[in-house]
Design a protein around this ligand. Structure first.
Ligand SMILES: Cc1ncc(COP(=O)(O)O)c(C=O)c1O
Length: 523
């Protein structure tokens, strides 16, 4: 028999009480509680001061319940205990907190403290067995509400210990146990990962193709978190998300307004759909940094003129664009005022797609308000239908290839059955459950965090000209020559009107913005 390598979910509690080591009545009561919890398989972390308690809370996210002594650090004013409670609640609204006090101290507990605490332990009155049982029960409830739908379903399924008779053919990792090299693989990745790599035929997990069961629930959950009317989870990166939207929106001979600095998946979609591109050309400054598409070029008159001058548009073709795509943030990390972009494009097009592959965190930090596709309250959405595509594996914590399509249906609503045909055309019938589980977990993490990495620069759409340096002639010594063009040519490319037919869009699979910003180059 191969020794256990699958890890069980553990339960862990933090007890913050300076009396714990003391041979006093309170110290003995706390110690009895610790021992009771340990007997119930709850691992206990002990902290002897408020400061120590804060350090544990900060460094250990696997704490599932906290017990705090009300007279912590011998402080009869209860300042230390209150500070610790505030600190915990500022980081976690849901973790169960038990306040340990003597019943006589009840009147000293103010309302704001009561609001932060879930339960009270009257240390010198309650029995350890009863209190220990309540703490363990609260940990179980906390673990249950913490897990988003698909993650909960995968973990529940793993506890049924079903044999795996279906795909994937490694059958829960057991195929790897038969050879030395397979065994190395098994030990390296771990049994849990392989056991939860399950087939679409596991009915308990639902279906990604028809959005049912826990998978459907997790898409609804993600829509709530990311502010969409509807969210689709995609298992082959935003390259695929972009294709799904494009192919659902654009038919042969129809016009698509494409950011010239788009990802290659947009180019591929043009080739596959037979759509006609009308490029929206962003600014580029003398340092070679890609700026935004100037607002003037997003106005209906400018777009009409560009389409009229576009030699790719055959005579007699319908000249109303059916779709537009804007890369947000730009490849150099500048974010649009998405609300303003919608206003500008509204008279021209019924579908606006913000390719936010590098920008999935925007909704979770107020500094990006209005600067991402799913801004504001989805209930208030009017105008064109808006799509946002997120590589959740890029700047959120999902596994590779995890991506999401978020939709806000507008005046030409998305028809779910039709859209799903496009979705299925690009979706494997064998999606990997681990990737999808990781995505729901990250949605939870995003919801739980009030701040997110700040890795993009903000640029209001109507301040684009201010960003433009406007100094004719060349690049200062030492400036980036990333474009490979002579400085003057590069400058002209940003200031002169673009020729009607541009070379294919500059496409890239990396995000220069991230590396440049991290080097502090793009100011
Ligand atoms: C703007 C943009 N869109 C889409 C993609 C494709 O994303 P993924 O790598 O998740 O397929 C990228 C990748 O770098 C990107 O930069």
């Amino acid at each position: 028999m191969i020794q256990r390598s699958a890890k069980r979910l553990s339960m862990r509690a933090l007890v913050v009480d300076d009396e714990l080591p003391n041979p006093t009545a309170e110290g003995r009561a706390s110690r009895a509680l610790v021992e009771e919890l340990q007997a119930r398989s709850v691992e206990v972390v002990e902290a002897a001061s408020a400061q120590d308690g804060m350090s544990v809370v900060m460094s250990d996210s696997a704490i599932h319940a906290i017990m705090v002594d009300w007279t912590l650090d011998d402080d009869d004013g209860h300042v230390r205990a209150t500070e610790l409670l505030r600190f915990v609640r500022s980081r976690n609204a849901k973790i169960p907190i038990f306040l340990m006090a003597e019943r006589g101290e009840a009147s000293s507990i103010p309302i704001d403290v009561m609001e932060m605490v879930d339960e009270y332990i009257w240390t010198l009155e309650d029995t350890a067995a009863f209190v220990g049982g309540r703490v363990a029960a609260s940990i179980r409830r906390y673990l249950e509400v913490m897990l988003p739908p698909l993650a909960a379903a995968v973990m529940k399924f793993s506890q049924v210990y079903e044999y795996s008779w279906h795909t994937p053919g490694h059958t829960g990792g057991t195929a790897f146990l038969k050879s030395p090299v397979g065994r190395i693989f098994f030990d390296y990745f771990g049994e849990n990962l392989l056991r939860s790599d399950l087939s679409i035929s596991v009915g308990a997990l639902g279906s990604l193709l028809d959005h049912t069961g826990p998978i459907g629930e997790h898409e609804k959950y993600a829509a709530r978190v990311f502010g969409a009317h509807r969210t689709y989870c995609v298992t082959n990166g935003t390259s695929t998300s972009n294709r799904v939207i494009f192919m659902a929106a654009v038919g042969r001979g129809q016009i698509a307004l494409c950011d010239r600095n788009c990802h290659k998946s947009i180019e591929h979609s043009l080739v596959m759909s037979g759509g006609i591109p009308s490029y929206l050309v962003p600014l580029r400054n003398r340092y070679g940094i890609i700026g935004p598409i100037p607002p003037a070029n997003l106005k209906a008159t400018a777009i009409k003129a560009a389409i009229k001058a576009n030699p790719l548009v055959p005579k007699g073709a319908d000249t109303r664009p059916v779709y537009s795509v804007v890369t947000n943030s730009t490849y150099d990390g500048l974010c649009y005022n998405a609300r303003r972009v919608e206003e500008l494009l509204d008279p021209t097009v019924d579908r606006i797609h913000f390719d936010e592959a590098w920008y999935a965190y925007a909704r979770f930090n107020p500094i990006y308000r209005d600067r991402h596709g799913m801004h504001g309250d989805p209930k208030d959405h009017t105008g064109p239908t808006v799509f946002a595509t997120h590589s959740t594996h890029k700047l959120l914590a999902a596994l590779s290839q995890a991506s999401m399509i978020h939709i806000r249906s507008g005046r030409v609503p998305v028809e779910p059955a039709l859209f799903n045909e496009s979705f299925m055309m690009y979706t494997s019938t064998s999606p990997q459950a681990d990737t999808m589980t990781a995505r729901t977990l990250l949605a939870w993490a995003a919801l739980a965090c009030s701040t997110a990495p700040v890795s993009a620069q903000i640029l209001p759409a109507d301040r684009t000209t201010a960003w433009h340096p406007g100094v004719p002639g060349g690049v200062p010594p030492g400036a980036s020559t990333r474009t490979g063009q002579p400085a003057s040519a590069r400058w002209r490319a940003t200031t002169m009107p673009s020729p009607p037919l541009l070379p294919p869009p500059t496409s890239t699979t990396s995000c220069p913005a991230q590396s440049r910003l991290s080097r502090g180059e793009a100011q």
